[in-house]
Design a protein around this ligand. Sequence first.
Ligand code: ATP
Ligand code: MG
Length: 263
Amino acid sequence: MTTTVTAVGGQGSTAPAAVAARLTGVTHHFGEASRPPVLDRIDLTVAPGEFVCLLGASGCGKSTLLSLVAGLDEPVSGTVEVPGGRPALMFQEPALYPWLTAAGNVELALRLRGLARAERREEAQRLLTLVRLEGSGPKRVHELSGGMRQRVALARALAQEGDLLLMDEPFAALDAITRDVLHEELTRIWTETGRAVIFVTHNVREAVRLGQRVVLLSSRPGRVAREWAVDIPQPRRIEDPDVSRLSAEITEDLRQEIARHGH
Ligand SMILES: Nc1ncnc2c1ncn2[C@@H]1O[C@H](COP(=O)(O)OP(=O)(O)OP(=O)(O)O)[C@@H](O)[C@H]1O
Ligand SMILES: [Mg+2]
């Protein structure tokens, strides 16, 4: 099998990309190939503007899949296409630069995009407003709460070019109330920006609260075990009966996956 990793920028093309990301027959393993692969012939297409949540047991390959889509690693075989350019990434830890202010962290991403100083100021302020931190631009990282730091990280991710946002358990370290608020913010920002999102979580309710589609991965080998379309209208709340019902169904499948894998 051949490997082709495509991360071609969308510059020069006015036609919208037909997909935000497409994985075709993606197989990946680390080191020796004798063990079952971490990811095994994964086929996954994310439409432009689509919000897809990835669930699976710990160690099943969710972060590995994101790193392949991000172009941080190349699959052993199969193809990864991201026609809209390098995706933005957001992790569980906000990983902000502590010596910069909130605005400074966002401006740095804009500088890497080549924006001039005045433009950077304006755009950083716009993005901080989008995440409801308009008054916090001059604050240093240690002056921000955990939830505020994740908002800055989100603003910084949105400062990057590309129409795909990859999120790896971005709210896992937050308390339930802050997480709830950020779910609302993320849904609003997703609607406003029209970016596609691949969101990894262990939290089934969070997946159903946010996603248009929930994809469950199996473990060793990592395959797409099952998918659900989430037809519950937004804005949803995590305690909505429809969210609870679908979450219970998905949890049952996730439990079986975890039991099968033994952790
Ligand atoms: N750089 C690496 N070198 C060797 N093995 C790795 C590497 N990265 C991940 N793995 C292994 O690949 C498997 C999948 O890891 P991955 O981090 O993708 O899982 P995950 O689904 O994100 O888990 P979690 O839910 O705990 O974050 C694990 O067995 C892990 O030990
Ligand atoms: Mg992970």
